[in-house]
Design a protein. Structure first.
Length: 425
């Protein structure tokens, strides 16, 4: 039967809020029909069939989750899995929601339902991501749950995938614009190349890539699920230096220090700054900063190696006495050892404590100052690491903006101001 307009609303992809942003990224093709209706009004129009239904929690106007419907245990698992990684208040709210789903209360609630339909003669694997992943991974039907957040061109929707027995089967990241497509592809490439440590290595456990590629114009990467009993890392704990060094040295021996001048790292930094100067006026300031960095630290000896690129407590966990690390999309080689330490100090101040850029820079200086000696960094090297890291971070900010993510106003132009002040002293 045809559902009347007063029961079924317009395509949520037309919305300008978080629900619209997420559904546009997850359901990019117009071959699939999306609508929001009541639980009793989920019958498709003639010529169409429903392939998925999601509870919009708690409402379309304030959507925070899209939870798969049809199997209570799967719906419950989609909010209860990995709850130990979350802050206490979030953990409690998710526990209550998961219990309601498991008992069937969620099915009885008057929450709206996102209904996904395809034409009767269409192949759903070409139109619906969860159907595509189910076929590509060959593990039977998979159910995807995803969070909803405010529109942000720098973030990637992530589908948490479960099988019919409510077991986690993976995480699917979706790159939907130039910046996020590059990040998804970079992480997939990095994870393929990372070493697989032995039982005694300090190298963290790393998720494997299950599949990656393009679909419906989006870049996809599916990584294996985290261990079910993984626990979060307390931000107040001292940094995990042994693991950080293992990442930098790929689980091997220390590298031979070399001067900054002539290093692949400086060459890459210079090339990026030049590209930024060709694209935006502020790039000329980055070129000058790299020149001043070379003048000040060109003769400084440093050990270079890999870095994770986003080494922060919320990307780390522990399992069976081992560190687990995920979100490798900013990782890369030829970075000064200590970059991940500086990043942890900077980002924790910026994000966890909502500090301005000068406070975040002081936090980076403080963490590198306190622990840098254990990484083999002398006073001059510690100063060099933070100076270079700040330039690296501004260039990352520019790359994301250039890829369509827009400027991160928390970092630009304040970070350039701090860089210029530091290198002029």
């Amino acid at each position: 039967m045809t559902v009347s307009p007063d029961v079924r609303s317009a395509d949520p992809r037309e919305r300008q809020d978080g629900l619209g942003w997420v559904t546009r990224a997850v359901f990019p093709g117009r071959g699939a029909r999306l609508s929001i209706g009541s639980r009793s009004a989920s019958a498709p129009d003639p010529g169409w069939r429903t392939v998925a239904r999601y509870a919009v929690v708690p409402s379309a106007a304030r959507a925070r989750f899209l939870l798969p419907l049809g199997r209570r245990r799967v719906t419950a698992a989609s909010v209860l899995a990995y709850n130990a990684l979350r802050p206490p208040k979030v953990r409690a709210a998710r526990a209550a929601l998961g219990t309601a789903a498991r008992l069937g209360v969620l099915e009885l609630a008057r929450m709206p339902v996102l209904i996904v339909s395809v034409p009767d003669d269409a192949d759903p694997t070409e139109l619906v991501l969860a159907e595509h992943l189910s076929a590509a991974l060959g593990r039977g039907p998979l159910y995807g749950a995803f969070g909803v957040r405010a529109p942000d061109p720098n973030h990637k929707p992530t589908l948490q995938l479960f099988d019919a027995d409510r077991r986690p089967r993976g995480y699917a990241k979706i790159g939907w614009n130039g910046a996020t497509r590059a990040l998804v592809r970079a992480e997939a490439a990095a994870l393929h190349e990372l070493p697989r440590p032995g039982a005694t290595s300090d190298y963290p456990l790393v998720p494997r890539v299950l599949m990656h590629g393009d679909w419906a114009g989006q870049a996809l990467a599916v990584v294996e699920p985290l261990p079910p009993d993984v626990r979060g890392v307390d931000p107040a704990e001292p940094p995990r230096l042994a693991a950080l060094l293992a990442v930098a040295r790929r689980g091997g021996a220390p590298g031979t220090p070399r001067e900054l001048a002539g290093s692949p790292f400086l060459g890459r930094l210079s090339d990026l700054a030049t590209k930024a100067a060709e694209a935006v006026d502020a790039g000329a300031r980055a070129v000058h900063a790299v020149r001043r960095l070379t003048e000040r630290h060109g003769a400084t000896l440093a050990e270079f190696g890999d870095w994770h690129g986003d080494w922060v407590p919320w990307n780390l966990g522990t399992h069976a006495g081992r560190l687990v690390a995920w979100d490798w999309e900013h990782s890369g080689p030829h970075a000064p050892i200590g970059f991940d330490l500086a990043h942890q100090g900077f980002q924790c101040a910026l994000i966890l404590r909502s500090g301005p850029v000068p406070d975040a820079v002081r936090a980076a200086d403080d963490l590198v100052g306190r622990y840098g000696e254990q990484l083999g960094l002398g006073p001059d090297q510690r100063r060099f690491v933070v100076d270079a890291y700040l330039i690296e971070m501004w260039l990352r900010t520019w790359r994301l903006a250039d890829g369509g993510a827009g400027w991160n106003r928390a970092l630009h132009p304040a970070l350039l101001d701090v860089i210029e002040d530091r290198l002029s002293r």
